[in-house]
Design a protein. Structure first.
Length: 137
């Protein structure tokens, strides 16, 4: 009997897996509008306070007599002569820290030296009169 040669197909070569299509790229963040160098905020100085979570800042305005305002400027100059530049807000915050450390009786004594002021802004007529010279005909 004649043997038949079985026809076998060649074994399939191991195919390399098809390359996966690249994952969709995330859209690039839009660049912010570039600001001129003089408008960019200056980097914040690192304070020597213990690392806390970011403190919320409060902006406030107040009225102060001119002679006490001059004292703030003198304190700034004293700090500068001593080797450390200080801002008005730093001086005021240092004063608040000193007042906070005082006993109640010393605090009340310090407050009794400071005269009470009328709150609010000056009236509009007084501000206008002070800022504009009067016209005489």
């Amino acid at each position: 009997m004649a043997t038949r040669k079985s026809i076998r197909s060649k074994p399939a070569a191991a195919k390399a897996p098809a390359p996966k299509p690249p994952a969709p790229k995330k859209p690039a963040p839009k660049p912010e509008a570039s600001k001129p160098a003089d408008l960019k905020p200056a980097p914040k100085p690192v304070e020597a306070t213990p690392a806390k979570s970011k403190q919320k800042l409060v902006r406030d305005s107040f009225t102060i007599p001119k002679d006490e305002y001059v004292v703030l400027e003198q304190l700034k100059q004293r700090a500068l002569r001593s080797g450390r530049a200080a801002k008005k807000s730093e001086i005021l915050r240092a004063g608040v820290a000193v007042l906070n450390a005082m006993s109640d009786s010393v605090l009340l004594a310090a407050l009794s030296v400071v005269p009470s002021l009328k709150t609010g802004r000056p009236k509009a007529e007084k501000r206008k009169a002070a800022s504009k010279p009067s016209k005489k005909e």
